[in-house]
Design a binder for this molecule. Structure first.
Ligand code: SF4
Length: 211
């Protein structure tokens, strides 16, 4: 897709939603990190339900260690894969306390050294906690970016790198959120809602539907 077209799409999204934000609830950088780890293959709504009571009591890595894995599991038992996620949250909290003075580090390598933190999660944390212009590529961003013609790549890493090249710098701070929201609510996986779509004319998907 041409840069001008990409620019037009982001202009539309910005007018519609000038300050897009994550739909995950959190109270500080640590709880943001935990929420993003818990959200893997789960909905933000489901994570928010579980973390409401948890984050009211536990908002630091040390408090999480004091809580312990078994009690943590009780808080998050409604979230898919909660056993493994609880293990990761305890392990990453241990690392934060031991290596990072309890603070969430502000660089991708240190973030990726934490249990349960992959590149997407690291990018989301850098973006939401530290205002880095990173583009976390989750399932929605991957599908949308390749479907509408921003990029044409076979996997998430190549998609992220191609998006960084394709998207004009001025849009990169919020690009991740605009794409997630569009993918989550309009350009959904099975039957995209093309008839409701505000970028219908600019989208290059070959199988757009008019109803
Ligand atoms: S026109 Fe359809 S395929 Fe294209 S972005 Fe909109 S919903 Fe997705």
């Amino acid at each position: 897709m041409k840069k001008k077209q990409i620019d037009q799409i982001f202009t539309i999204w910005q007018k519609e939603n000038p300050h897009p934000k994550t739909e995950l609830n959190f109270v500080n950088n640590y709880t943001l990190l935990v929420a993003v780890v818990l959200s893997a293959q789960s909905t933000d709504i489901g994570v928010n339900k579980a973390t409401k009571a948890l984050f009211a009591k536990v908002d630091t890595a040390q408090k999480m260690l004091d809580l312990g894995e078994e009690k943590l599991k009780k808080y998050i038992s409604t979230i898919g894969l909660y056993n493994g996620k609880a293990r990761n949250v305890i392990a990453l909290s241990e690392t934060l306390v031991k290596k990072f003075n309890g603070e969430v580090p502000e660089n991708i390598d240190d973030l990726q050294s934490l249990a349960g933190v992959g590149r997407k999660t690291a990018n989301v944390v850098l973006n939401c906690a530290f205002n880095h212009a990173t583009i976390g590529v989750d399932t929605h961003v991957f599908r949308l970016a390749n479907r509408i013609g921003f990029v044409d790549e076979p996997n998430v890493l190549k998609t992220e790198l191609a998006l960084v090249k394709a998207i004009p710098k001025k849009w990169q701070q919020h690009a991740h959120h605009w794409m997630i929201l569009h993918g989550r609510y309009i350009c959904v996986a099975r039957k995209p809602k093309c008839h409701e779509c505000n970028i219908f004319k600019l989208c290059e998907f070959k199988n757009k539907t008019s109803t």
